[in-house]
Write a protein that binds this ligand. Sequence first.
Ligand code: PHE
Length: 341
Amino acid sequence: MLDELEKLYTQSLETLGSAQETAVLEEWYRDTLGKKGKIYLMTRQVGQLSKEERPIFGKRINVIKTELQEAYDGRLGELKSAELETEIASSAIDVTLPGRPVTAGGLHVVTQTLREIYRIFGDMGFQIYRSPDVETDAYNFELLNFPPHHPAREMQDSFYTEKSDVILRTHTSAGQIRAMREYHPEPIRVILPGMCYRNEQITTRSSIQFTQVEGLAVGENITFADLKGTLTEFAKRLFGADRKTRFRASYFPFTEPSAEMDVTCFLCDGKGCQICKYTGWLEILGSGMVHPNVLRNGGYDPEKYTGFAFGMGPERITMLKYGIDDLRLFWRNDLRFLQQF
Ligand code: PHE
């Protein structure tokens, strides 16, 4: 019987060595080392042996079992890596195929305008000052000299919240008070960019949200000449050195005197066209000398300090610059529109 065992051993090793697929290997395992395999059947025959032969046979069969198991593991590893290799070879990637193009993103055209405005005012020494979109009625109106029932509030219909005093800011001017309260009595030269919100009908010319860039300069001896000089220089840098500007008297509760600034139309050069409605001029921003009450609310003594402020709408400037006739295009996320800039 020992002979039989040795024969089984060598034969099993041979078939194992010649197996070329993992499937064949598995079958071999079931037949040889499996629960009802040949080795098991041999073990069951041990009872037919003499007392002396039994331990020798038992020892030998255990050694053979381990060796076959090891041989099986080794062969399985070999076949698996060979199979993987053929699979890789047959499904090789064709590196000569053209890749899928990755489309590059770009800056929204209003962001581009904003950054141009930042650059120009940055060159003139203005820092960017961030203030919150969610404001109190006090910062947005009262401290800017709009008393509770002042008719000027009508022009800025607000979004109110359930908290009686909390609103979405209707203009960036709210941040003027925040900047002054932070810096007083130091001089200030800041611009305040950001989103503003008004309860308005959405049309080609108005929206419920839009950006503004506010400007504020406070210090000693600041005059209307500084306002005019700064804003005229800004207009020339943004729209071209040969632009002319004009200031028209206006009204805002938080500035006195107040003015709106126009630039000569850059499309028709002041001759009159559709964009400037045949006036030759384009309205760009609102401005004025900071009202004494506002300076006081910000912590500055109006006897000693003066300042100027201005506010502009980057969407409007972008529309004028590119002859865009519908404000809603900025929010539609239509790539055919956005990719033009
Ligand atoms: N806040 C004003 C508006 O939204 C613009 C403005 C800002 C006017 C600063 C004067 C000074 O219409």
